[in-house]
Design a protein around this ligand. Structure first.
Ligand code: PLP
Length: 478
């Protein structure tokens, strides 16, 4: 593609993206396609001869766009709603053009040092001490995997060299988290060769917070049985109901037991930027490692997960391996080579979007958006609380509301109520105006409304409520 052609298509694409970001509401949030539709519309083989960008883009509009789930739609309230903000999109455009591989300082001094700078900015905004060193991974799942890998290395010296089978007499090991922790903790434990059964899920209290006393008892019982505790994962903002584990109490237990504490604040982490929300995070400043996902609630296009550790030396001890062809003179001059703090060698220039986003919004802009999302969630929760046909199923610490319909005079079984709510959710989502998801709370089917998109306003939340009210009657009589 020559420069003139690139300019022509590039300008057309920028126009298309600008329209899309401003007008994503013209699409149904959930696409109206069936499994296999996209595959069937595309040839089985790659073309033998190159095609024009015009032809490719025509197919993009014809086949791909109708099958998109529009995460950038302000009526997207499912899972954790996110925003690929315009400055973030521009940053991705630049990053693709620059095609940096930030593995060694030498392979991209700019990407290496910008990662340090932008993570330091974020760290200070979050109120974390400078003792935390940061690195960017793709997702929270991978951040947690790295945190637990370092914890395993710290608890079982030599595991890197000898592996688990080589550690005769080690016996069983354990990682602890709350019953509401994310499945990425299971996956990390599985991948680290500890086995899923090495993960103990500690019961939570009636506010869905890990019971610190139960954690203490579990560790004591394990020690008495010769089981080696490796790490505890505390969550600030659990996936289903965004509950907050008592990080300070969990930290005290970890300290007295010399166990690694990893804090999963993948979703809620950015709320620490709001002074009035800091209390939820008390204790995380002394954790061994922390994950916060700017791609969840900091307007950053997927993917960007910020991992911080006070013990990055242990992360390096776990992962650093420098073959001859990657040895550089700078390596001995104390520069950071980011390949040393992770499993990946080649690394995308993700820091560019974090840097651009933090500059574009400014701390004040970030605080304003997060506060608005929290306000909208509370307002929605008030509507649920005030309606005799609905009930809220969990507290609302951040911007997610869990609730269900329970029509007055409902006399069916709990299974009937679950089915009613599943029908209600399907009916609302079929509108195309909004997309909500579900979870289970104390065994009951719960509808979740998560607010996190930059362009979500009162009108979108009101529309969701209007649809819920309108469909609740139909779901009850179906
Ligand atoms: C609390 C928590 N941790 C981790 C994850 C995994 O995030 P990622 O998709 O970045 O791996 C999620 C996903 O929603 C989450 O809610």
């Amino acid at each position: 593609m020559d420069p003139a052609e690139f300019r022509r298509h590039g300008h057309a694409l920028v126009d298309w993206i600008a329209e899309y970001l401003a007008g994503s509401e013209r699409y149904p949030v959930l696409p109206r396609v069936s499994p296999g539709d996209v595959r069937a519309a595309l040839p089985a083989d790659a073309p033998e001869r190159g095609e024009s960008f015009d032809a490719i883009f025509a197919d993009f509009e014809r086949v791909i766009v109708p099958a998109l789930t529009h995460w950038n739609h302000p009526g997207f309230f499912a899972y954790f709603a996110t925003s690929g903000s315009a400055p973030g999109v521009l940053a991705e455009f630049l990053a693709a053009a620059l095609n940096q591989q930030a593995m060694l300082w030498r392979t991209s001094p700019a990407a290496t040092e910008l990662e340090e700078v932008s993570l330091a900015w974020l760290r200070r905004l979050l109120g974390l001490p400078d003792a935390f060193e940061g690195v960017i991974y793709d997702t929270a799942s991978v951040s947690t995997l790295h945190g637990l890998a370092a914890a395993r290395e710290a608890a079982i010296p030599g595991v890197r060299e000898f592996g688990l089978p080589g550690r005769a007499g080690l016996g069983q090991v354990r990682v602890y988290c709350s019953e509401h922790a994310h499945s990425s903790v299971d996956k990390a434990v599985m991948l680290l060769g500890l086995g899923q059964r090495a993960l103990m899920r500690i019961p939570a209290d009636d506010r869905f917070r890990m019971r610190a006393g139960a954690l203490r008892d579990a560790i004591a019982a394990d020690r008495a049985n010769g089981v080696t505790p490796i790490a505890v994962v505390a969550t600030v903002g659990t996936t289903s109901m965004t509950s907050v584990d008592p990080v300070r109490e969990v930290l005290d237990i970890c300290r007295s037991e010399s166990v690694w504490l990893h804090v999963d604040a993948a979703y809620a982490g950015p709320a620490a930027i709001l002074p009035e929300f800091r209390a939820h995070f008390a204790g995380w400043e002394d954790a061994d490692s922390i994950v916060v996902n700017p791609h969840k609630w900091l307007f950053t296009p997927v993917d960007l997960s910020a991992f911080y550790s006070r013990r990055m030396d242990m992360v390096r001890q776990t992962f650093s391996l420098v073959p001859e062809y990657l040895r550089t003179a700078e390596g001995s001059r104390g520069v950071r080579d980011l390949m040393d703090t992770g499993i990946q060698l080649g690394r995308r220039f993700r820091a560019l979007k974090l840097w651009i986003i933090l500059r574009h919004f400014g701390a004040d802009g970030v605080r304003a958006v997060l506060s608005e999302h929290i306000r909208l969630a509370r307002q929605f929760a008030d509507r649920v609380d005030a309606d005799p046909d609905f009930e809220r199923l969990a507290p609302v610490p951040f911007s997610v509301v869990c609730f269900r319909a329970r029509p007055r005079g409902f006399t069916g079984s709990s299974a009937d109520l679950d089915e009613l709510n599943a029908r209600l959710l399907d009916g609302v989502n079929a509108s195309g105006d909004v997309f909500l998801s579900h979870t289970r709370i104390n065994g009951a089917f719960a509808i979740r409304l998560a607010i996190g998109h930059l362009r979500t306003t009162d009108a979108h939340v009101s529309r969701a409520w209007e649809l819920l009210r309108a469909h609740a009657g139909a779901a009850a009589t179906a």
